[in-house]
Unconditional design. Structure first.
Length: 83
């Protein structure tokens, strides 16, 4: 269950009783809400915090390997991110 703090269900906003055991960030009032949320959006944004940190490190190193001059001249490697 969820601790003393009152969390709202990520889908319907009722009082939550469970949280996602993978990412520990989403809360649910029932299995039905968890299942619906998973199929709609949560499976695309759910990750283990440690896995996310490793992804940042690996993709950063991979980017440096593919574009060795990106730190020296970042404007030359405009990746179209629109910042």
């Amino acid at each position: 269950g969820v601790a003393r703090r009152r969390w709202a269900c990520s889908l319907c906003r009722r009082r939550a009783r469970w949280k996602c055991v993978r990412c520990l960030r989403s809360y649910y009032c029932s299995r039905q809400c968890q299942n619906v949320s998973w199929h709609i959006v949560h499976k695309h944004v759910c990750y283990k915090p440690s896995r996310w940190a490793w992804s940042v490190v690996l993709y950063g190193l991979f980017t440096l390997f593919l574009f060795p001059g990106i730190l020296r001249d970042p404007l030359m490697y405009d990746l179209g991110l629109g910042f």
